[in-house]
Design a protein. Structure first.
Length: 329
């Protein structure tokens, strides 16, 4: 249960410079001695005097001789200043280093303009007040407000550093389910760079000068005029799957930014029309997340089925396809 909010945490770490490191830069050697912390964080500690070489403050570029004592005072100051809030979380896996949860659609991940409270960050700080010392309360990747599903949160700085590194190296398996317009005949890959839309700040867009973005997709189930896709992220750009599906002319059902106007299939039943018109969020769900545990290295895999609203949508599409097939006989 939550207790008083900490303002900072400190811990001392000691090591010795290997003889083989003689002549190398202090910051490079420090990064090898303490790989659980990011290079940028270690550089800050060198400059602040929290990383000492034989008891002396030195510059990051100063060379080592080998055999010196290294003392590192790990200082974890408040990084996240949002207020804790008692918001229920659906926890799938938890230990001292990581927390994996199932985020519901409608829950904003980070506080921001228009959403100063009631977010996942507020909920996390209530569950574990020590998360104030981590960037963004330990969140290493995000889901859009109206995207549901599995995401991981780091509970310590070493875990945060390791998970960010895994994401950067594309070693985290992130698999989504999306209901898109149109009946696709095969899977494929979208390799199209993404960056902010040149005119609309709320949107992203495929741009030649954007950042690399790769999405793999395959058919999970075909319907008469729609498809349930399994999408795997190779990169993790903002709105990536939503932008890529719209780019290949198969936008996600219910997507308010990229979905375009609703196109009803010929002969659509009242049930199908109501289901499609009534689905007011992007039909996108983070189904599976798999990563190596940041300390043990053991695989961690968590999956969650689609939430009730997406399951109902899929059932309606399935019934429509079956009815259309029976009418055609």
């Amino acid at each position: 249960m939550p207790s008083s909010t900490p303002t900072a945490e400190t811990a001392a770490r000691l090591s010795v410079v290997p003889d083989a490191a003689s002549g190398r830069r202090f910051d490079a050697v420090l990064a090898e001695l303490f790989p659980e912390y990011s290079r940028s964080r270690l550089a800050e500690w060198i400059k602040s005097g929290d990383a000492l070489l034989d008891g002396r403050q030195v510059r990051p570029r100063d060379p080592v001789r080998g055999g010196e004592a290294v003392s590192l005072t790990v200082v974890l100051e408040v990084q996240t200043r949002s207020e804790p809030e008692d918001i229920a979380l659906d926890v799938l896996y938890e230990d001292a280093d990581v927390l994996v949860l199932n985020k519901p659609a409608g829950l904003v991940v980070h506080p921001g303009a228009g959403n100063p409270a009631g977010t996942l960050v507020n909920a996390l700080l209530h569950r574990d007040p020590a998360l104030v010392t981590l960037p963004r309360a330990g969140i290493v990747h995000r889901l859009d407000k109206d995207t549901s599903g599995v995401m991981v949160v780091a509970r310590t700085l070493p875990a945060h550093t390791a998970l960010v590194a895994q994401l950067s190296a594309r070693d985290v398996h992130r698999q989504y389910l999306a209901v898109v317009a149109g009946s696709l005949v095969s899977g494929g890959m979208v390799n199209a760079a993404i960056d902010r839309h040149p005119r609309d700040r709320l949107r992203q867009a495929v741009r030649e000068d954007g950042r690399e973005a790769v999405t793999h997709y395959r058919l999970r189930e075909r319907f008469r005029a729609h498809t349930l896709l399994e999408c795997r992220l190779e990169t993790g750009r903002t709105h990536q799957i939503r932008v890529h599906m719209a780019h290949i002319k198969h936008p996600i059902i219910g997507d308010p930014l990229y979905g375009g106007s609703l196109k009803l299939p010929k002969g659509a039943t009242t049930e199908l029309i109501e289901s499609l018109r009534g689905f007011k969020r992007q039909a996108l769900h983070a189904e599976t997340l798999e990563f190596s545990h940041p300390l043990s290295g053991e695989p961690v895999r968590c999956s969650m089925p689609m939430p009730a609203d997406m399951q109902a949508l899929v059932r309606t599409l399935r019934d429509d396809s079956r009815d259309a097939e029976e009418r055609g006989r």
